[in-house]
Design a protein around this ligand. Sequence first.
Ligand code: CO
Ligand code: CO
Ligand code: CO
Length: 318
Amino acid sequence: MLRHLPQSNDPRLLVGTATADDAGVYRIDDNTALILTVDFFTPIVDDPYTFGQIAAANALSDVYAMGGRPLTALNIVAFPACELEGDVLPAILRGGYDKVAEAGAVIAGGHTIDDDEPKYGLSVTGIVHPDKVWTNAGARPGDALILTKPIGTGVLATAAKADLFPAGVAVSIETMATLNAAAAAAAAAFPIHACTDITGFGLLGHAYEMASASGVRAEIDSTALPLLPDAAEAAAMGLVPVGAYTNRTYLTAISFADSVPERLRDLCFDPQTSGGLLLALPANAADGLLAALKQAGVNHAAIIGHTLAPGKGEIHVY
Ligand code: CO
Ligand code: CO
Ligand code: CO
């Protein structure tokens, strides 16, 4: 939709709407740039406190994906006015509050409107050094691609609606509520060329955005993908959200080797909530970053592929 709007040519806007990046970045002075992002959605789990935590982890993630540190957040709430007196909204807000506090940031305010369908999220402001912004456009040919969280949250949310795979669903909820803070902090010691976080467009959608913005193509090893427990089984049963099919239709630059099973293809397109970081860095630094991530408790991080030159974002999954 944004192509219908004029683009800003203000030189202080370091990252705007042109590159499908995770957040806007606005330069204040030589040492400081602001990172600005907003995310909100309808409840994806039954427990309101957990929903608040996941919504906050998801909103904060775009600051980490730009290499920054979150400072403040504003609550965005849509909620039925007739239920405002109950204990559901306070639990949602408490979940968000606690997750923002865990990130070392503060909630500075917010806004609520009356809406039959509840929605919650946050607008987050962070900071970063203007020379150290991780955009999605910096990947270079020959980079390794590292993913820091297992995929399958959309498939397992679909399983949860059918009361199936409770063990995998529980791990998925825990994963969604986990901040990308530790992963970003570990990665900050390495020469990161590009970064994005995996959310609604799925692993391949966000990998495509990174590869196309960087002018490279990529190869992804489907056998190296970290998967949530039960995710492959649930996908094989057809518990695949409609968004995965939308992503698959929209993404035409993807090719699969015949050997890649359908359940893995579905998981590659599965829309993620509060997914991991996808990092591109020189291949000879990848093992070091993987070790640092493990040491930081980011246990399911994996090297999932690499970039090649030149390209327009084509991705081959083998
Ligand atoms: Co993002
Ligand atoms: Co976002
Ligand atoms: Co207001």
